[in-house]
Design a binder for this molecule. Structure first.
Ligand code: ZN
Length: 57
């Protein structure tokens, strides 16, 4: 962590699922470049209206 980083200066990204901006969090400090979703919920819901029911031909 570089010194002098204030909360107001934390980086932000836009969630790929819900489209809302989210702010850097401590738990993401090592994977921030890979983070694309604001929460595990959004990450799990990549495809909209994803239904857990499997459909097999
Ligand atoms: Zn989200």
């Amino acid at each position: 962590m570089p010194r002098g980083v204030k909360k107001a200066n934390l980086p932000e990204k836009t969630c790929q699922t819900c489209g809302k901006p989210f702010t850097w969090r401590k738990k993401w400090e090592k994977v921030w470049d890979e983070v694309r979703y604001c929460s595990d919920r959004c990450r799990a819901g990549k495809s909209s209206q994803d239904q857990p029911s499997p459909r097999r031909p």
